[in-house]
Design a protein around this ligand. Sequence first.
Ligand code: PLP
Length: 377
Amino acid sequence: MDIPFHKPYITDDEINAAAMCLRNGWLTMGAKTFEFEERFAAIVDGKYAVAVNSGTAALHLALCCIDLKTDDEVIVPAMTFVATAEVVRYFGAKPVLIDIEYDTHLMDAAKILEKITPRTRAIIPVHYAGQPCAMDEIMQIAEKNNLVVIEDAAHAFPAFYKGRPVGSIGHITCFSFYATKTITTGEGGMAVTDNQKWADKMRTLRLHGISKNAWSRYTKNGSWKYDVVMDGFKYNITDIASAIGIAQLEKLDFMTTERQRLSARYNELFKDKKQFVTYETAKDRKSAWHLYPLKIVAKNSKVIRDELAEELKKRGIMTSVHFIPLYRFSAYDNAGAFSDYPVCETVFEQTISLPLYVGMTDENIDYVAKAVIEICA
Ligand SMILES: Cc1ncc(COP(=O)(O)O)c(C=O)c1O
């Protein structure tokens, strides 16, 4: 049985939605995008949602809102995808890394204070695998130190912290609709905020800094005249992508329930086995289960993580690792030593991400878990 690491859940709904855009001839950002934004904002309980062509673009525009400057500092977890930190570097600013918690792989909120300096401007908590960070603690630290909280929610749609949806807590929340994410538009992203001024700025910046109604200049009500009010970017999403996004939103409940069910099945199969540490979700949170991370305890296992990945591949099971810590990259050689992030190092060495996607059957999950258990026993 071949099991890929990921498969998007695409049905005739998405295919027809995209085909409708192609047939009606409006391909770039337009009415479908505004509908996608409105529906998305309502689901995450945010006031304004700004759709862009990637989660990275959403994070970049969020940092534009706070006018990040050269040599400013932004606090990020050591374990994340590089996009979280690279957007900080776009400004000549410095990502300051924080170690993570062993159980949840989330930024350790208790370690933030010691990294705050007069140059610190923002915190970017990353909701690893779809589990929200300790947002009450993070928001309190931010408030006391006059910092902005930009949530990297690339994995966390939909996710809940103490009953509140991710998207309604931080100052700006950035989602990703990359091909492997919990909903996908191929490539895409969304920045959500309650701050109208910031939402307007992000709308302007996503389309070359052109005054905000520029998209309509090819419609009956539009005009060829426009102004450029700031230096912007080419970050707009297409209506084809937004139409696919709307079709994905329609089945959000089903997809979320499936991810929870499949993860719970893995958890049950790995429970109480000394070779493994299953990924913990804090009691007051609901994860979107974008990933299924499993830790392999080397001293109790026949093989270590890398050998396990190789053996699984031989059996047709593809896996991944989330993430290579930032300080391990050659471009981040000023981010500190491995020993500065002891928990992150341990988690990195132990963790493998197993296949998890809507469309997997119970039989698929059992097949993967059985193979993992056999190889590590
Ligand atoms: C934690 C995290 N942040 C940001 C991103 C960037 O999202 P995108 O690929 O849509 O630019 C990703 C995507 O893989 C991610 O995993």
